[in-house]
Design a protein around this ligand. Structure first.
Ligand SMILES: *Cc1c(COP(=O)(O)O)cnc(C)c1O
Ligand SMILES: [Zn+2]
Length: 395
């Protein structure tokens, strides 16, 4: 069925300037004029919808009767005909009782069951759809592994060329996925932050689309679908807490955007509180949140490769989500992550990669510190599959 899009415009999260759909591609041109790789991205753009029109349509459709897919689609900013054939979304949301018996209302959203095994598919599917809309046949991307394997899979499903810049140290399974899907892999002798820069240079030189996280606004916008699904699957109720593993802070912003859209549409009044969980050594967003002053992570080195980031691209928006949701940030050690990984596997059948298990470690710390109360409804966001990095399991 053909449906009207409710996309209105892009708005700069720094200066508030508005741009029409095809007036800009990446960052706010005014705010990013002095941008150089190696700093959090300035002028990240946020998609605004025509909220009154959307509210009217949802009301008319009696939104509580819509299917999950139909409900989420109403909020999308891209025409459905551009989407690749590989379906992304509708992952399970379910209560877990054995994990922490003192928590009566603990739930899991298992996004490790997306096609390439990570949350990144929610952004990649949008970037591939955007490339198809614009008639672009190649997309470049920097990644610690998951964004790349995800882009590679979605590109493969519709014949677009993915060009990947990843640190040579990425887990073997992720590099295998990238190659199996036929992507062009440039192993970068350096860190993720070096790969970020290399991918930017490449896409400028080649004139192709760039999927670096937070750089293209659809990478954030795409990730909101998980939050919208949680709302539908939770019986149109807002959980008290959603616990999110944080590297660049794009998943965090995506979840925030979902509930911001629901609020702007008048479907909810209160946002869920967001708990950002970071590895101790990769804590740039946590320290920014606590001190109000940005600094890089000093020496990111963690078993949780997917959240190992020195300079988080989306640091500014990430901190704003914590302010606006009355959220919190927490650091967890590699030991706590590994223990949580085993607990998730052995006590609820969830085989998660370390970054995702960090959410459980973060929950335990937040309970201990009294940030989260046992009677509250808590959602753990499981973002990546354990099979992507079996060498990290301390079994
Ligand atoms: C990318 C990723 C994260 C962190 O997301 P950011 O947007 O970088 O904060 C967490 N878990 C997994 C499995 C990921 O791939
Ligand atoms: Zn701006």
């Amino acid at each position: 069925m053909k449906r009207r899009l409710h996309f209105s415009h892009w708005q700069c999260t720094s200066c508030g300037r508005k741009y029409q759909r095809d007036e800009v591609t990446y960052l706010c041109p005014t705010c990013s004029i002095d941008y150089k790789p190696g700093m959090p991205l300035p002028g990240v753009l946020e998609a605004y919808l025509d909220y009154p029109a959307l509210a009217q349509e949802l009301d008319f459709a009696d939104y509580r009767n819509l299917s999950l897919k139909d409900f989420v689609q109403r909020f999308t900013v891209l025409e459905s005909r551009h989407f690749p054939p590989l379906p992304v979304g509708e992952t399970p949301f379910f209560p877990v009782r054995r994990l922490l018996p003192e928590l009566r209302n603990l739930w899991i959203k298992n996004d490790s069951l997306l096609p390439s095994g990570s949350f990144k598919d929610r952004a990649s599917v949008m970037m591939v759809a955007e490339a198809r809309r614009l008639g672009i046949s190649k997309i470049a991307c920097a990644s610690t592994g998951n964004a790349a394997s995800s882009l590679a899979a979605l590109c493969a499903s519709c014949g677009i060329q993915a060009v990947i810049f990843a640190p040579a140290s990425a887990p073997a399974a992720k590099l295998t996925q990238i190659k199996a899907h036929g992507a062009e892999l440039h192993a970068v002798d350096g860190t993720y932050d070096d790969a970020f820069k290399a991918a930017l240079e490449y896409s400028v030189a080649e004139g192709c689309l760039n999927r670096n996280t937070a750089y293209h606004p659809l990478t954030i916008e795409g990730k909101k679908s998980s939050g919208l699904e949680i709302f539908w699957q939770n019986g149109f109720k807002v959980p008290d807490w959603i616990i999110v593993p944080v590297g660049d802070g794009v998943i965090l912003a995506g979840i925030h955007k979902a509930f911001a859209d629901l609020k702007r549409t008048g479907l909810i009044e209160k946002l869920p509180r967001l708990l950002a969980v970071q590895a101790e050594s990769s804590d740039a967003i946590s320290s920014y949140w606590e001190s109000g002053v940005y600094r890089d992570a000093l020496k990111p080195q963690t078993v949780a490769d997917s959240i190992s980031v020195k300079t988080p691209s989306n640091a500014h928006w990430a901190v704003r989500t914590l302010k606006e949701t009355n959220g919190a940030a927490i650091r967890v050690s590699d030991e706590a992550i590994s223990e949580a990984q085993i607990k998730l596997a052995a006590q609820c059948g969830i085989f998660a990669e370390p970054s995702s298990a960090a959410t459980l470690a973060g929950l335990e710390a937040a309970l201990e510190q009294g940030i989260i109360k046992p009677e509250e409804q808590v959602v753990l966001l499981i973002t990546g599959h354990g099979l992507k990095d079996i060498s990290s399991f301390k079994v």
